[in-house]
Design a protein around this ligand. Structure first.
Ligand code: BGC
Length: 250
């Protein structure tokens, strides 16, 4: 199936047409800034023009930076609080004129990695961590997702919420050197390892391209690898998620 995959992030919105049979991008990747304040009306309008610009009228899969329960946003850490309680699928379908299927951004990035990326054929427990404006997580066991794990919001033993300590946005805002940030991120990884004992940790988000810069600071025993799709896992996974919903409906 050909589906427009959209990855809505706290900073940027990225989209491309995806062939779901193999996760290949069939169009150029388009990126626009996430409007600020990131209200439903502003994001809806931005998506409307994005879809128009891409001349798309087919199905859309969307990864969204919130816990999404049956299409409804339940949290809003890096977007406007007025998203909480909003039926996103209905809202974005109305805004774009296309059938939109929405799930958590890290969950869909994880789906892409488990299907075609670094987690392919990996049994046992796999934790995907997307590093960006926030810290997103997706937890799989034998390839099955436990949805909406919001593990970027755990409090570390220093009393600080993990994503306020070790997200990419913190590295940039505090102008941390890779070494300093790497130690912070390792602190977070150690907390995840101690709680879940994963067999593999896959890192997504823009920082996944820079793993060699902070790999020396990683001390945990769990293997840590970059996402096979790097920063595109969210786009590909959004399309895969929509495909699975469309197949369920038909
Ligand atoms: C949100 C998650 C999201 C993550 C990455 C967090 O602040 O609570 O839902 O997956 O950021 O965007």
């Amino acid at each position: 199936m050909q589906i427009l995959g959209i990855d809505v992030g706290g900073t940027g919105i990225k989209a491309a047409v995806v062939e779901t049979a193999d996760g290949e991008l069939l169009s150029e990747r388009v990126r626009i800034e996430t409007p600020r304040p990131a209200t439903p009306a502003a994001i809806g309008k931005a998506l409307q023009s994005l879809v128009k610009q891409m001349e798309w009228s087919g199905p859309i899969g969307m990864g969204f930076p919130a816990a999404i329960q049956h299409g409804i946003a339940r949290t809003a850490a890096n977007i406007d609080k007025s998203f909480i309680g909003l039926p996103l699928e209905r809202f974005f379908s109305e805004q774009t004129g296309c059938a939109v299927h929405v799930a958590n951004d890290a969950d869909v990035a994880g789906m892409a990695e488990m299907c075609f990326g670094a987690g392919r054929n990996v049994r046992g427990v796999v934790l995907i961590i997307t590093i960006g404006t926030g810290l997103g997580t997706a937890l799989f066991t034998d390839g099955r997702l436990l949805p909406n794990t919001e593990l970027g919001h755990i409090f570390l033993d220093n009393g600080i919420e993990a994503e306020r300590y070790a997200a990419e946005s913190v590295r940039v805002a505090k102008k941390l050197k890779w070494k300093e940030w790497g130690h912070r991120f390792d602190h977070y990884l150690a907390a995840m390892e101690g709680l879940f004992w994963p067999d593999l940790i896959v890192l997504g988000g823009g920082v996944s391209k820079k793993l060699e810069k902070f790999a020396p600071m990683i001390t945990i025993q769990t293997p840590v690898v970059a996402a096979g799709f790097l920063n595109q896992a969210g786009i590909v996974g959004a399309a895969l998620y929509a495909e699975s919903k469309i197949r369920e409906e038909t």
